[in-house]
Design a protein around this ligand. Structure first.
Ligand SMILES: Nc1nc2c(ncn2[C@@H]2O[C@H](COP(=O)(O)OP(=O)(O)OP(=O)(O)O)[C@@H](O)[C@H]2O)c(=O)[nH]1
Ligand SMILES: [Mg+2]
Length: 227
């Protein structure tokens, strides 16, 4: 059952023991809406799950690999009319969640992305990721008549009712792009607001760049051909 005026915070984790407690704590301390927190853990081998259990959040273990698989599992358990997605790796400014939600309501948008502001010099965004993101975002904007700055942001809020209008199949990082493509094709409103982005301080990136890049371009092209 969906509850109005409730935000379901969905956090995918794979070995994020160094940052997940702080992520959860920040949400609990700063979010200005009724909420639930759902952590979807992909069989972490550090103590991510023990930390989540102590924080008394809803914990889903999704043994199948993939960022998209994890988010789909989390969303299936979400009860809120608003879904907030954020990484558990401490790189996003989680306290900006309110700003994203407020903008979504204010602009009557279907999806609001946190467009990342970062310092390339301190490597908070790897240069190759930066270039890849720019190329993908440019291609997305041209193909789907949008004007985004950061299509690959993992910090986003969306209306559940809008998400229910699309069918997302991607199981890994391309899930984030597939969501944008599906929303744009349905004429749903996508907006962005700026948010700071930080260097990953714990653990390893799970982004496999070549695999993700190829899958993302497949999603972009397939979506444009299937109009
Ligand atoms: N449950 C689950 N979570 C995952 C999986 N892959 C990645 N994640 C989580 O999804 C989020 C995004 O993955 P990241 O490795 O941070 O990818 P990224 O943000 O592109 O890479 P960084 O720039 O290094 O942060 C993180 O919180 C991961 O722990 C997976 O297979 N299963
Ligand atoms: Mg990350």
């Amino acid at each position: 059952m969906q509850e109005n005026n409730m935000v379901s915070v969905v956090i995918p984790t794979l070995n994020e023991a160094g940052t997940i407690r702080e992520t959860i704590k920040t949400i609990k301390e700063t979010i200005e809406y009724p909420y639930e927190i759902i952590v979807v853990d992909g069989c972490s081998t550090d103590n991510t799950r023990e930390i989540v259990r102590k924080e008394k959040c809803k914990l889903i273990v999704e043994p199948r690999r993939g960022y998209g698989t994890a988010l789909k599992a989390g969303i299936a358990h979400a009860r809120g009319n608003i879904i907030l997605i954020v990484d558990g790796d401490g790189t996003y400014k989680v306290r900006d969640a309110n700003r994203l939600i407020n903008a979504l309501y204010r602009e009557n948008a279907d999806l609001c992305l946190g467009a990342r502001i970062y310092n390339l010099a301190d490597k908070s965004m790897d240069v190759i990721n930066y270039i890849g993101n720019k190329i993908i975002t440019f291609a997305f904007n041209v193909l789907y008549k949008q004007n985004l700055l950061d299509s690959q942001s993992g910090f986003r809020v969306l209306k559940r009712s809008s998400l229910d209008k699309v069918h997302l199949k991607e199981n890994d990082m391309a899930f984030a792009t597939e969501m944008l493509v599906a929303f744009a094709k349905k004429g749903l409103k996508i907006i962005e607001i700026p948010t700071n982005y930080k260097l990953r301080v714990y653990g390893k990136s799970k982004l496999r760049r070549v695999k993700a890049g190829l899958e993302i371009f497949k999603v972009l092209i397939k979506g444009a051909l299937e109009r």
